[in-house]
Design a protein around this ligand. Sequence first.
Ligand code: ADP
Ligand code: MG
Length: 149
Amino acid sequence: MRLELATASAGETERIAAALVTRLRPGDVVTVSGELGAGKTTFVRGACRALGVTSPVTSPTFTIGHRYVGRVPVSHLDLYRFTSVSPAEWGDLEPYFDDAVVFVEWPEAGLATLPAPRIAVTLEHARADARRILLAADEDALLEGMTPC
Ligand code: ADP
Ligand code: MG
């Protein structure tokens, strides 16, 4: 199932993310694609808050990832600097996938290596503060009832 939502503000993007992730469990992977400034980290922040994470949620661009404590463990990865993921690099990444809901910004380099995402999110710039959010999931139930907040 594919769904396209429109958002008019960062807060609205956070609320859409929050509505989406109540359906997720540890072990689930969500890829978050889109160009710089599209709102990937904003989306992950909204998702993390809904999962009970209270610590700051910032882009892990200068580290491989963050692991947060929420109602469930949450991992936040950024593969911006990767062109592919070697077996050695997968060794470094794998612990983030252990018993956590995982969000992956710039997932393109890892698509062949990482566990398959349950939901693929793509953010696109529209005018000013408007963004399009494209959601894709093999299981229709994951996206059912998602409407612009
Ligand atoms: P990325 O991680 O994709 O580089 P960020 O989430 O770090 O993007 O930054 C997005 C920026 O755009 C933030 O400053 C955010 O406040 C702003 N913004 C404005 N409108 C929106 C919107 N509708 N959705 C998400 N972010 C928005
Ligand atoms: Mg980011």
